[in-house]
Design a protein around this ligand. Structure first.
Ligand SMILES: *Cc1c(COP(=O)(O)O)cnc(C)c1O
Length: 411
């Protein structure tokens, strides 16, 4: 919420009070936004059995996982470490889907022992899995070969993608299933982030359903994610309500033909947490060059890499001086290479010491943070119903020394 008088989070929490309490830079997550996004999804799909598994790579902090569990969500994981975090957060193993890519058989064996649902995305592992664990049900990730999503780094369902088993290899899949006696309980696709058009999503879904009918023992069909969220005013977002109606109608029709009410599953990451996150940074230096005014802040691509990595847009406001005259600034970090959060943004006059807020900082921000330049990672705070909770301590120098042996070859 912004009204020219400063910014308030839900429960009328003033982020400047949080900065005073916890310091800057600071990640803050508004759990009421997560809750309303989750409820929006539940309301959008009208099918007898719907499951939402939170794709936790977007933000794996334990308290966030526990919050998702409290909402009733399951979990979607891509590594055995995420599986273990999910179990630690209290998710029952069968509420966790594990969708790895290019991991070895040992890691998959570990997932079998942990009892989570396993989603397999290549023929080699499918065959090995079928031989090693013929009684453990699996789901299969197919690649529908559609071009969807924001850019080549986030679009994962096209013809050259490394993800999924090609729809042109389904005969091979069936041969492996027959030879090993494997139980296929689910069929899955995830074609990438930032799908703008429900029509594209539906085209992928149609391809998936077309292959789903050839597996007689399915429990669920998982359409993945890719819902786009808005990054700036007037930005397009996936029309989740329209998508919900189209998919639900098609899915009910499919289930009728299939002869059983299957679970319709989605695994959103960004949709649930992106807009719930705010990243607050303090301005260290305002620097005028011949053509640009830079605002240099106490953070960098080590804390939020998306602008440099994907060209992502994060809306930036000055919450210390909201009524200031709006001027053009290029907001940069302190990392010793090009490190731009936003170029030529119109922002209320920035003074040294002001606190800037970056929006959409819930997904793929803290979870991609690093210690590059030997900087410490920020603290994380969650707010819910007027209360604030520290959910991760700010790192200290000790964290940088951890695991280093410090061996000195000169003796
Ligand atoms: C990353 C990922 C998601 C979530 O994608 P979003 O764009 O964040 O919603 C879902 N499923 C799988 C398998 C993923 O790898």
């Amino acid at each position: 919420m912004e009204n020219g008088e400063g910014m308030l989070l839900s429960g009328n929490i003033n982020p400047l009070d949080l900065i005073e309490k916890y310091g800057a830079p600071l990640y803050v997550y508004d759990a009421e936004v997560i809750e309303s996004q989750y409820k929006r999804l539940l309301a959008a799909f009208d099918v007898p059995r719907l499951r939402i598994h939170y794709a936790c790579k977007a933000l794996t902090t334990l308290s966030i996982l526990k919050f998702m569990k409290g909402l009733g969500a399951g979990l979607d994981t891509v590594s055995i470490q995420e599986v273990r975090l999910g179990l630690a957060a209290g998710f029952p193993p069968r509420e966790i889907t594990y969708t790895p890519n290019c991991v070895g058989m040992e890691e998959i064996d570990e997932a079998v022992v942990l009892g989570v649902r396993i989603n397999i995305d290549n023929l080699s592992i499918l065959e090995q899995f079928g031989q090693a664990h013929p009684t453990v049900p699996v789901s299969i990730r197919i690649n529908p070969h559609i071009m969807a999503g924001g850019n080549l780094k986030t679009s994962v369902g096209h013809v050259d993608s490394k993800f999924g088993i090609s729809i042109h290899q389904m005969l091979h899949v069936h041969r492996i299933v027959e030879a090993t006696g494997l139980q296929v309980e689910g069929i899955h696709m995830h074609t990438g982030s930032d799908i703008l058009d429900p029509g594209v999503f539906l085209a992928g879904a149609e391809i998936l359903l077309n292959h789903a009918k050839d597996f007689p023992n399915l429990q669920f069909v998982d359409f993945g994610s890719g819902f786009k969220v808005p990054y700036k005013e007037g930005d397009i977002e996936t029309d989740i309500e329209e998508l919900g109606q189209l998919i639900s109608a098609r899915f009910r029709e499919f289930c009728q033909a299939y002869g059983k009410d299957l679970v319709l599953m989605f695994e959103p990451g960004k949709f649930l947490v992106s807009q719930a996150g705010y990243f607050f940074v303090r301005v260290n230096v305002v620097k005028h060059t011949t053509s640009t005014v830079f605002a240099g802040v106490d953070s960098g691509l080590n804390h939020l890499i998306r602008p440099m990595f994907y060209n992502s847009y994060h809306h930036i406001t000055n919450i210390s001086h909201p009524q200031g005259r709006r001027r053009f600034y290029t907001v940069v970090g302190y990392i010793c290479e090009t490190d731009t959060f936003g170029a030529n943004r119109k922002i209320p006059e920035i003074r040294e010491g002001d606190i800037l807020c970056m929006r959409n900082a819930g997904a793929y921000c803290f979870s991609m943070a690093s210690n590059y330049n030997s900087r410490l990672r920020p603290a994380e705070v969650m707010v819910y119903k007027g209360q604030d909770y520290l959910i991760r301590h700010r790192e200290t120098m000790e964290d940088l020394f951890r695991n280093q042996t410090g061996v000195d070859v000169w003796g």
